[in-house]
Design a protein around this ligand. Structure first.
Ligand SMILES: [Zn+2]
Length: 176
């Protein structure tokens, strides 16, 4: 187990490191189960599925004794928004789940458009759906589709020429 320098002072930034250590001590055999569940909760929360995310995180809270953890957990949840990625990495879940969080974080920030301020009195659309992620193979220019998520920053292999390539993290998103 790693020694973390977390003992700073009460009132410092809440960290999931303490949770990580408690789960590790209490459930050494099932540690990944709880860590992954907590990280998935962070992911859901980051993606705007707040209720579902909190539900997953609450499952982890229930696995710990209330005594001594009530305030800690309340502080953790209060700081969750904006800290999802950090908490998930502190809990040390499987790296695949952390990858999902990083991708979600990138998507979140790349799609945060700072345009004109909202005009008063107009009804607002708060979700924009796009469909059909596609890009061209950089080797043979075959169009590749089928991604259900933001492919930027990932690797893929062309079905036609079987060559591997990388999708640039800052690839432009074009709304056709
Ligand atoms: Zn190709």
């Amino acid at each position: 187990m790693n020694a973390t320098t977390s003992s700073a002072a009460a009132g410092a930034e809440p960290s999931a490191g303490r949770l990580q250590r408690e789960i590790m001590t209490r459930y050494p055999d099932n540690f990944m189960l709880y860590a992954d569940m907590f990280a998935m909760g962070c992911l859901q929360h980051l993606q705007g599925e707040h209720k579902a995310g909190l539900k997953l995180i609450d499952q982890v809270r229930r696995a710990l004794p209330t005594t001594g953890n009530k305030t800690y957990f309340a502080d953790l949840l209060e700081a969750l928004a904006g800290n999802e990625l950090r908490f998930a990495s502190e809990i040390q879940a499987h790296s695949e789940i952390n990858d999902l969080l990083e991708r979600a974080q990138r998507q979140h920030s790349s799609l945060t458009y700072t345009g004109r301020p909202a005009p008063t009195g107009l009804a607002q659309v708060t979700e924009v759906h796009t469909r059909g992620v596609q890009f061209d193979c950089p080797h043979c220019r075959t169009q590749i589709g089928g991604w259900q998520a933001d492919p930027r920053g990932r690797e893929d292999t062309c079905d036609r020429c079987h060559q591997q390539f990388y999708i640039a993290p800052d690839a432009t998103v074009i709304f056709d």
